[in-house]
Design a protein. Structure first.
Length: 340
């Protein structure tokens, strides 16, 4: 599709309430996400912007300190910065509360230790973050936001998150199927147990309270899994519904972002998640001649002084912007030590 004037972007996305902004690191995702959200809010359309990047860039761009709770930036703009550590802590605190309600109190120190270690297990943060994102997605759509903009972490990670609801749904299905098999076995065991009752009343007295607790526990576990499955299914459906969700890929006009954007589109299309638009950021306007560059260079030199003041304990090395991408070992080594 041809190049479009930028104001068309806000018109194109106006009917899709969910907007995901993806792209390679540093290309301008946060800037684009915050710009879209700010624009819609300025048009008095209730907008929520959600950042999944722990680097606090969204807060920096909006010039407000954000947290896991919604912050009202303007009457029409709310922002939230999902902090993986806080989310994981809250998630495991919930798990601990659930276990505590049925576990033997003597076991709790061991269980707590196990949960503490599980927090740093690979994928724990990602899973907790995904669940939290899906919750925000579903509740924001059910709530009365006209736009929900997700400012995501760099592409690879984002793509995994977008595909994960399906995977998590399948995974939860597996757990539930396993649970159903075990439940069948238990009902057979219970029948055998009641058969034994006629022969051994004392044994049954001991066995029954445990059976009761176990079935409670299973019911609890199943209900948690069912709820989670429902959440992922709903989020997955929203993500795949093009009338609801638009994925916008941001890139710069450079070779590496181009290659990554191509790969991202292939991956997204494989998962039936076609991007809605591509934003090419940081383009140099052909009308911006000497004066523009002089002002930009001056501004950078001012910032360089500030950088030197801030990092007095470290050596600082400047790399100047080149006319083209720097690729291949010769050009790369030449960047540091030019061959004279
Ligand atoms: N069009 C632009 N003109 C000038 N500066 C820009 C422009 N777009 C982005 N920047 C600046 O470039 C830097 C990176 O932008 P931004 O934080 O939006 O990228 P990002 O893709 O969100 O990065 P990350 O991958 O780290 O999340 C920021 O300092 C931002 O202010
Ligand atoms: Mg960012």
């Amino acid at each position: 599709m041809a190049l479009q004037p930028l104001p068309e972007l806000v018109k194109q996305l106006i009917t899709q309430p969910i907007i995901f902004i993806g792209g390679k690191g540093g290309v301008g995702k946060t800037t684009t996400a915050a710009a879209l959200a700010s624009y819609y809010a300025s048009q008095q359309q209730k907008t929520l912007i959600v950042s999944t990047d722990p680097a606090h860039s969204l807060g920096d761009v909006l010039k407000v300190q954000l947290s896991n709770e919604k912050t009202a930036i303007t009457p029409y703009l709310n922002a939230i910065e999902l902090n993986p550590d806080t989310i994981v802590d809250a998630h495991f605190a919930q798990v601990e509360r659930t276990i505590k309600s049925y576990a033997n109190p003597d076991m709790m120190p061991k269980i707590r230790e196990h949960l503490r270690l599980s927090k740093s297990a690979p994928g724990a943060q990602e899973a907790a973050m995904l669940e939290s994102m899906c919750q925000h997605l579903v509740t924001a759509v059910d709530g009365n936001y006209e736009h929900i903009v997700f400012d995501t972490a760099p592409t690879g990670h984002t793509l995994r998150l977008l595909v994960l609801p399906e995977m998590m749904g399948a995974w939860t299905d597996g757990l539930l199927a396993q649970q159903r098999r075990q439940s069948k076995l238990r009902s057979v065991a219970t029948r055998l147990d009641s058969h034994n009752q006629k022969h051994d009343a004392k044994k049954t007295e001991i066995a029954n309270p445990f059976a009761q607790k176990k079935s409670d526990r299973w019911e609890q576990a199943v209900s948690v899994l069912e709820k989670r499955k429902q959440l992922f299914r709903q989020a997955g459906q929203l993500l795949h519904d093009r009338t609801q969700t638009a994925i916008v890929l941001v890139m710069t006009a450079d070779m590496l972002p181009l290659a990554e954007t191509k790969r991202a589109i292939e991956q997204l299309e494989d998962s039936k998640l076609t991007p809605a638009a591509i934003v090419v950021n940081q383009l140099i306007s052909p009308t911006q001649f000497d004066e523009f560059w002089r002002l930009r260079a001056d501004r950078q030199q001012q910032l360089m002084q500030e950088i030197e003041r801030n990092f007095t304990n470290y050596p600082i090395y400047p790399i100047y912007l080149q006319q083209t991408d720097v690729r291949g070992t010769d050009a790369l080594s030449n960047l540091l030590c030019p061959v004279t």
